[in-house]
Write a protein that binds this ligand. Sequence first.
Ligand code: FES
Length: 130
Amino acid sequence: MTPPPTLLVCALCKFPAAEAGVDGTTGGQYLLDQLREQLSEGIALQPVRCMAACDRACNAALTAPGKLTFILNGLSPHQSAPELAEFCRQYAEAESGKVPYGLRSPAIKQATAYVLPALVAEPPAIEVAG
Ligand code: FES
């Protein structure tokens, strides 16, 4: 059985300057709490401690074996959970994880920093001249 898609979210990210903070929590932890209530079954939610993009909080990555990996940043702790949860659902249904661009919400389009190809089990052979 294939492991489920995993959404990694940095729990240490601060609230962005444009958003009001919430006492006693970080922006990343606040986003994680919102996602726990909104993610569909079959999506694993994994808190992580710093993704080395602290100035672009909040940060997340969506990945699964054999699928594209999406690196997302600038996510709003207060507003992005519903659209992120919907994107995870779309990603889980897409065979390669390639959610058609036109079906992605504006927030997801804006937050997508990088898209990485799926890892292959056997890297292609490289011919060496000589
Ligand atoms: S604290 Fe979130 S990326 Fe560093």
